[in-house]
Design a protein around this ligand. Structure first.
Ligand SMILES: *[C@@H]1O[C@H](CO)[C@@H](O)[C@H](O)[C@H]1NC(C)=O
Ligand SMILES: *[C@@H]1O[C@H](CO)[C@@H](O)[C@H](O)[C@H]1NC(C)=O
Ligand SMILES: *[C@@H]1O[C@H](CO)[C@@H](O)[C@H](O)[C@H]1NC(C)=O
Length: 819
């Protein structure tokens, strides 16, 4: 009695029946299984036509073959056959279509044996049952629609219509049930997507044909297996990123991500660069796993400001997608400004006017925007500034007057700073020289120079030196000294001094004579070598100082040996009477001309004295009769120089009242007689007398013209006739000392035998041209001796010789009278 589900589905209704059949003494009963014990199956007595009341006597009993179980009993009173044992069809017959139990009824008296066939009818007492309650199925997501997946059938112990009739599947989107051989099948109705659903639980129910039907369920767990059905998908088609330039190696620039819905290897995305230039490839790396794009080397905005990278994402089985990464490099202020010197006028003359352009500067900065905005300046205190010009050009112009003598060169530091943050700066030093212009005349170090020299100096000796400085450059500052042409005492200055053109040392050209001039001035010019040259001049005053080089000159009496002058002393002269006076002069000055008089020898030492300073000879006592008539004195005159010089003279004194009383007069002065000489002498005396007369007349004339308070030449009472004064002498300092303005070596004498009005001119005169001599006037001298004007209370007299032909003519000019 195997009844398959299919049979039932096709066969339709199942009929449960009990039937009874008797043949050949056998009886058959049909009854459902699982009747209760004691349930009556049928009345066998009746069915076999037996008498019920005899059953017990005949010892009716149910027998079995062998050890078979007794499934039924017989009620001996009634003859009912009852269920003796639980009868489970499935247990006894399995899935056999018919289940017949054989029992036997045995009767005695007479022995009878009847076979009893018990047909056990099935009832729906079993539910369908799946082998496993949980059924795992793995289905690849790539499975196509219609694919079938068999599932083991459920089992129902019942047979026939009580066996499994139908299956039901839980409602779902993907599967329907199908029928397969010996199996139920899941049929893919809609394709699976692992990416949507990875696992699906379905309840499968099996139903039998009972009424109500019994059912059994199983859980089908469908696992969706992945298929590489998804390409990786980038989160953006184009990535944009920026990175500051100079970022260190390894900086993350951007991260690309692509997702792949697949699982496992199919969903493992790896990243790579797509086609790019080698250069770009060398700058970036991409992490294959994470998609992080890093810097491989530093990027420089100034080289490349943006990059376009191609990135591919690939899953395990090679599905690939593409994206772009655009990387902008942002500028960092990493380039300092660069200063270019485009032109420079070097050197520049110091006389350029303020505002002159001397150079052009260009500034460049490779950065961008603010980072390339550059400011230029000069921080130092220099007379230059930068004037912005077009674009990044600046003019370097002067702001003030330049002076090479103050600052000869400039190191101008130009600094440029951009406006980045932090700002960068650089600087450049421009060296600028200032060229010389001859704008400084030589300047003497002193306002004036004075040179002091003792007279009688050696020609060629150094007087002094002048120095002038010229701060200009080279020849513009080279100083050359020269004398300005002028005249000194009527002679060109060059005959007095010379100047060394290079050193400024002034030399005497000749020997100076204090007695001739005490000072003079020369003008020295310093000139530079520029073109045109500049010059300045300075005054050099040369002062000649006195040396005691002149011995006193005794004017009266004539020097010893040549004098025949005799003074008469009255016999009645009392003590203290002025007898005579020694007159001496010294051409020197000061101490050198301060004279003192001494009697070094006398006939009668007690009779006469001489004034030490006045030279006056006086009697010391009254003259006595007994005194010798002829008195002889030798007087020495000394000056006060160091060493002092002296001169001596003899004075002859006659104590007499009458010259005629002296017959031996001639003997006093003449040792030899010579008539010829005498006659010469007479002529000379006449000439001298004539001269003196003329002289006195002139003096008187002058006195008349300029009557002034008379001054005494000597402190004594006796006035010495000016006739005794030699030419060229003047009382200069009021000491009674006369001073010569010209040298002479001979002058008037009274006792000379050989009449010699010899006039030897000084060497000064030799240098004077004849025509200049005539022009010489007292005022010229006054100019030459400006200093001597400084003492106005002292009368000064200059005597000028004007020499043409013999005889000598003296012209005299007086500032004050002698008397
Ligand atoms: C300018 O610089 C040069 C070279 O460095 C140096 O010899 C010179 O003395 C400097 N001049 C000034 C005025 O600083
Ligand atoms: C001297 O100055 C003149 C201008 O006065 C100039 O032309 C010349 O170059 C200067 N000489 C030197 C050596 O600087
Ligand atoms: C000498 O210098 C003065 C001023 O210092 C000037 O007046 C005079 O002209 C100059 N003389 C010469 C010859 O240069």
């Amino acid at each position: 009695m195997a009844v398959t589900g299919i049979f039932w589905r096709i066969g339709g209704l199942a009929i449960l029946f009990l039937f009874f059949h008797v043949s050949n003494g056998d009886v058959s009963y049909s009854f459902p299984e699982e009747l209760k014990r004691g349930s009556v199956i049928g009345n066998i007595a009746k069915d076999l036509g037996l008498e019920a009341n005899r059953l017990s006597t005949r010892k009716a009993r149910i027998d079995t073959d062998g050890g078979d179980k007794h499934y039924c009993d017989i009620n001996l009173r009634t003859g009912d056959l009852t269920v003796a044992e639980r009868i489970d069809r499935e247990g006894l017959c399995g899935d056999k279509a018919s289940c017949v139990l054989k029992q036997e009824l045995m009767l005695e008296n007479p022995l009878e044996l009847h076979r009893i066939s018990l047909h056990v009818q099935d009832i729906n007492d079993n539910s369908p049952q799946f082998n496993k309650e949980l059924i795992h199925i793995d289905i690849r997501e790539s499975a196509v629609k219609g694919a079938r997946f068999p599932i083991e059938e459920a089992h129902d112990a019942d047979i026939g219509k009580y066996s499994i009739q139908t299956y039901k599947l839980q409602n779902n989107d993907n599967f329907i049930l199908g029928v397969g051989t010996n199996s139920v099948e899941l049929v893919l109705n809609k394709e699976l997507d692992r990416e949507v659903l990875t696992e699906l639980d379905l309840i499968l129910t099996a139903l039998d044909g009972g009424s109500p039907p019994r059912s059994g369920t199983a859980l089908i767990r469908v696992s969706v297996l992945d298929a590489n059905d998804n390409v990786p998908v980038f989160s953006q088609a184009i990535y944009k990123a920026s990175v500051p330039e100079n970022s260190p190696q390894g900086t993350v620039v951007a991260t690309v991500t692509a997702t792949d819905a697949d699982a496992g290897v199919n969903g493992d995305v790896t990243y790579e660069f797509g086609h790019m230039s080698e250069e770009v490839k060398s700058m970036f790396t991409i992490d294959h796993k994470t998609g992080e794009i890093n810097l491989k080397s530093t990027v420089d905005f100034e080289t490349a400001s943006s990059f376009e990278l191609r990135v591919t994402a690939k899953d395990g089985l090679g599905l690939t997608s593409y994206a772009k990464v655009i990387i902008d490099v942002t500028d960092v202020n990493d380039n300092p400004p660069i200063i270019y010197l485009k032109s420079l006028s070097n050197p520049i003359p110091e006389d350029v006017s303020p505002g002159t352009e001397v150079g052009i500067i260009n500034v460049q900065d490779r950065d961008s925007e603010n980072n390339r905005q550059v400011r230029c300046s000069i921080q130092q205190n220099v007379p230059f500034k930068l004037v912005p010009s077009i674009k990044n050009y600046y003019s370097l112009v002067t702001t003030g007057q330049l002076d090479r003598e103050l600052v000869s060169d400039y190191n101008i530091t130009i600094s440029a700073t951009d406006e980045g943050s932090p700002p960068l700066s650089s600087s450049k030093t421009v060296h600028l020289s200032v060229a010389d212009v001859n704008d400084n005349p030589p300047a003497f170090e002193e306002q004036s120079y004075s040179a002091y020299v003792s007279e009688n100096n050696k020609p060629g000796s150094t007087l002094c030196s002048v120095a002038a400085r010229d701060p200009d450059w080279r020849q513009n500052g080279t100083v050359i000294y020269s004398l300005l042409p002028a005249e000194v005492n009527g002679a060109p200055v060059s005959s007095y001094v010379s100047v060394n053109g290079d050193t400024g040392v002034i030399h005497a050209v000749r020997s100076f004579d204090y007695e001739q001039f005490r000072s003079f001035k020369v003008h020295v010019m310093a000139r530079d070598n520029g073109s045109p040259p500049l010059s300045s001049n300075v005054t050099v005053s040369v002062f000649v100082s006195d040396v005691n080089d002149n011995s006193p000159q005794i004017l009266y009496p004539a020097p010893e040996g040549n004098s025949f002058m005799t003074e008469l002393v009255p016999k009645a002269a009392h003590g203290g009477s002025l007898v005579s006076k020694v007159i001496a002069v010294d051409a020197d000055s000061g101490q050198n001309a301060w004279l003192s008089y001494h009697i070094v020898k006398s006939t009668d030492p007690g009779l006469f004295t001489i004034g030490v300073h006045s030279g006056e000879i006086r009697t010391q006592r009254d003259v006595l009769e007994s005194d010798s008539m002829k008195q002889n004195l030798i007087v020495s005159v000394k000056d006060n120089g160091q060493p002092s010089l002296s001169a001596t003279c003899s004075m002859y004194l006659l104590i007499s009242d009458n010259l005629a009383e002296v017959p031996e007069l001639k003997d006093i002065s003449y040792d030899e007689k010579n008539s010829k000489l005498t006659s010469y002498l007479i002529i000379a005396l006449v000439s001298v007398s004539t001269f003196f007369l003329t002289f006195i007349i002139i003096i008187l004339g002058v006195r008349f013209c300029r009557r002034r308070k008379p001054r005494l030449l000597f402190d004594g009472a006796v006035a010495i006739p000016s006739a005794y004064l030699p030419p060229n002498y003047a009382d200069v300092d009021g000491t009674g000392t006369l001073r010569s303005t010209y040298n002479y070596d001979a002058y008037l004498t009274t006792g000379s035998r050989t009449s010699d009005f010899k006039f030897v001119s000084s060497y000064n005169d030799n240098t004077l041209p004849a025509d200049q001599t005539l022009r010489k006037s007292p005022s010229d001298f006054a100019d030459a001796f400006g200093d001597s004007d400084g003492s106005p209370e002292v009368g000064t007299c200059h005597v000028t010789t004007v020499r043409s032909v013999e005889p000598v003519i003296y012209s005299l000019s007086c500032r004050s009278s002698f008397y």
